[in-house]
Design a protein around this ligand. Structure first.
Ligand code: TMP
Length: 212
């Protein structure tokens, strides 16, 4: 892998999608070749799986089915899009990756972080991110932001109660304790300019560390 693989993680309403796009634009301006993508999705097969997972009418979905579908979407996106981009030396910025499954399905749905980790290692092999940026936001504040954003369509996971989103936050804390070296934490309650500056600094640091 010659490029740099950076993932963006955090609860709902943390603003990661907006910041990811702005950070990608900045990198392109600086002459880097960048792939900005998201999970679940990013390519046709995985976008189709996304529709199945997030459809608000699919209330009967079993937690293990949910975890397996996320892992399947991840596998396809990785082999079809992420891996080739990294082999070409690109910087890949990915909105969510394995840690979302560990926090949402492993912890919040109660399947177990270790169990979900092993399913995901089957899906991704050794392709772990170089750096993961965690957008730290109080779940109540995050849900407030989502509810104010009327343009955003509410998906099946957005519709979960506040308690679920509090469990997701706890899940991320557990995951960060397990992989301390990989995470960089950003205070996502700050304004966009402030958060973007911090994210750009983290990315610059990662580029230097990897001599890119
Ligand atoms: P997003 O595009 O708003 O981030 O929506 C994706 C939703 O799917 C979000 O609620 C987080 C959830 N999710 C999981 O539960 N597990 C996963 O592995 C991923 C990638 C996302």
């Amino acid at each position: 892998m010659n490029g740099l693989f950076i993932t963006f993680e955090g609860p709902e309403g943390a603003g990661k999608t907006t910041i990811l796009q702005a950070a990608a634009d900045q990198l392109k301006k600086n002459g880097y070749s960048v792939l900005a993508t998201r999970e679940p999705g990013g390519i046709e097969i995985s976008e189709r799986i996304r529709e199945v997972i997030l459809n608000p009418s699919h209330t009967a979905m079993d937690p293990k089915t949910e975890a397996l579908l996320y892992a399947a979407a991840r596998r396809q996106h990785l082999v079809e899009k992420v891996k080739p981009a990294l082999e070409e030396g690109k910087i890949v910025l990915c909105d969510r990756f394995i840690d979302s499954s560990l926090a949402y399905q492993g912890y919040a749905r109660g399947l177990g972080i270790d169990e979900v980790y092993s399913v995901n290692r089957f899906a991704i092999g050794s392709m772990m991110p170089n750096v993961t940026i965690y957008f730290d936001i109080d779940p109540e504040e995050g849900m407030k932001r989502i509810n104010l954003n009327h343009a955003r369509e509410k998906n099946r996971l957005d519709l979960e109660k506040l308690h679920f989103h509090q469990l997701v936050q706890k899940g991320y804390e557990e995951v960060m304790n397990r992989f301390p070296g990989r995470f960089r934490i950003v205070d996502a309650s700050q304004n966009v300019e402030h958060v973007l500056k911090r994210v750009n600094n983290i990315i610059e640091g990662a580029l230097k560390e990897n001599q890119l």
